[in-house]
Design a protein around this ligand. Sequence first.
Ligand SMILES: *Cc1c(COP(=O)(O)O)cnc(C)c1O
Length: 243
Amino acid sequence: MTGPRAAEIAANLAEVRARIEAACARAGRDPGEVRLLAVTKTFPAEDVAALVDQGVLDLAENREQEAGPKADAVAGLRPAARPRWHMVGRLQRNKARSVVRWAAQVQSVDSARLADALAKAVRAAVEVGERSGPLEVLLQASIDGDPERGGCPLDDLPALADQVIRSSDLRLLGIMAVAPRGTEPAAAFERLAGAAERLRADHPSAVELSCGMSGDLEQAIAHGSTCVRVGTALLGGRGLASP
Ligand SMILES: *Cc1c(COP(=O)(O)O)cnc(C)c1O
């Protein structure tokens, strides 16, 4: 794709990559340790194709109903590319069967019941040839324990992790969180980093810490983020109606 929109996306991407590099330099970290996940919710498949053309192959959505059709549309636009789709939004158990058709990874697992539903869905999808392997899972942590916004309270993460590792259809990779509204992100990310450290001590392969978005990726990288999820800074504002 060429044209003004593709050029705008390419320029935004260069800026985001420069921010990540600068934050890594300040933190004494290797930029190769921080994955950029492009959050493409509310934007059309053509925009996603422009990101894919720029080498961005880690893509994320927060609503199952929007993501499945968009993943198909992007595959139609760029049949040779093999992007990996990540679910980062709240997921109802009755959507498990659909999400495992397109998602390589679900970052928003916040209850044992959801983990069970996903494990069953993976097994069913593998049986009928809709998937070839296990689902990568991140536990969504609620840093302030506010149940309104989803996420598992930090104290309950060990039990949830134990539930996930019991299933051979799920692969526990780490923790994801959103900084709570109205608090200093750095303080929130520090608490989160402590929880990630404890999870890693119990489960050495759970190395991912997904935190940091357009507004706070620098603080997240300073506190050990291995995956920043960026929407607005890449694709622009989503308006008031969208989450
Ligand atoms: C929308 C969203 C993002 C991206 O937020 P921006 O501020 O647009 O970068 C990250 N994580 C989750 C879970 C989201 O829903």
